[in-house]
Design a protein around this ligand. Structure first.
Ligand SMILES: Nc1ncnc2c1ncn2[C@@H]1O[C@H](COP(=O)(O)OP(=O)(O)OP(=O)(O)O)[C@@H](O)[C@H]1O
Ligand SMILES: [Mg+2]
Length: 284
């Protein structure tokens, strides 16, 4: 029987601790920012030159829909607040930043995310593909990275450490909420709170199973007949208990899940930012 494996990551543990800590340590070095503007959450990470997390912020926000920014002003406001919150915690100066876009999104949308960060006072040095960012944290050499977020499932096939191709389909955590809301006759927002409660997840499992099967079939289709060696699940929706085991059983492919799936892509964006600037310094 196929069982998924929880993958520990020092970076993600540090980031989770830094987000939860009420106080931060003063930091007067250069800061490298990674901002992930998602369908369900805006997540901002501040890292040092080595890409180690210093602080972070997670804010639920509905500023994006299926990879498109639908509330530009709202997004700027959230990022501004997060940056101010982190700066207050670290007493740090502003620095350079990167944003990210889901695979297959038009380049123009990348420019929009960069403009949001610029409007929040950050100096943008690049825009990265979300799965590429996740891949930096997980150090995947060969396999599939599957990001099940609030609104979409993004799949990237990695060969020898490089993204071979990526796809993005509109099924994610929101569809879990919809079926729970439908089953109990409750509001979608209430259904989402219920879903995120670990104590409720066992009894919700049979209700959300069809959505899990949909995600698994989207994944299989995206493999284009070639089985990846391993599957790495990221994104908040993967935190649902039993989801990673379900994917493992459905596909028969060894499946890995990090402890904090929601934080992988944002951490990777900050890491990419620090690496990009270091590389520039070396070649300058
Ligand atoms: N503990 C949890 N159990 C189950 N689902 C969770 C948990 N925590 C968060 N989620 C779900 O994860 C989703 C948000 O994940 P994430 O922050 O990765 O999405 P996003 O990046 O905002 O969206 P997208 O990538 O689709 O644009 C939401 O649907 C949320 O309800
Ligand atoms: Mg996301």
């Amino acid at each position: 029987m196929c069982k998924s494996t929880v993958k520990k990551s020092k970076l993600l543990e540090q980031l989770n601790r830094a987000i939860r800590a009420p106080e931060g340590k003063s930091y007067n070095g250069y800061v490298f920012w990674g901002v992930d503007i998602g369908t369900a959450n805006v997540v901002t990470v501040a890292a040092d030159r080595q890409g180690r997390p210093l602080a972070g912020a997670v804010t639920p926000a509905k500023v994006t829909k299926e990879g498109l920014i639908v509330d530009y002003v709202g997004a700027v406001e959230v990022v501004k607040k997060q940056v101010a919150h982190i700066q207050k915690k670290l007493h740090c100066p502003l620095g350079v930043a990167m944003s990210a876009i889901p695979p297959g999104t038009e380049k123009g949308n990348g420019r929009v995310t960069a403009n949001i960060l610029e409007s929040a006072g950050l100096d943008v040095v690049g825009v990265i593909d979300e799965p590429e960012a996740a891949g930096l944290v997980l150090a995947v050499e060969n396999g599939a990275i599957v990001d099940v977020g609030g609104g979409t499932t993004g799949i990237s096939i990695i060969k020898e450490g490089r993204v071979l191709y990526s796809e993005d389909e509109a099924t994610g955590g929101f569809q879990f909420d919809l079926v729970i809301a439908g089953h109990f006759g409750i509001a979608v927002e209430q259904a989402e709170q219920m879903k995120k409660n670990k104590a409720e997840q066992e009894r919700l499992y049979p209700i959300v199973q069809p959505v899990m099967a949909k995600v698994a079939s989207i994944m299989e289709k995206s493999f284009r007949g070639e089985r990846p060696e391993e599957i790495y699940l990221v994104g908040g929706a993967c935190a649902f208990q039993g989801f990673s085991d379900f994917i493992c059983k459905y596909t028969g492919i060894p499946t890995y899940i990090p402890q904090y799936p929601l934080l992988v892509t944002p951490m990777g964006i900050a890491l990419a930012c620090a690496r990009a600037v270091r590389a520039e310094e070396i070649t300058a």
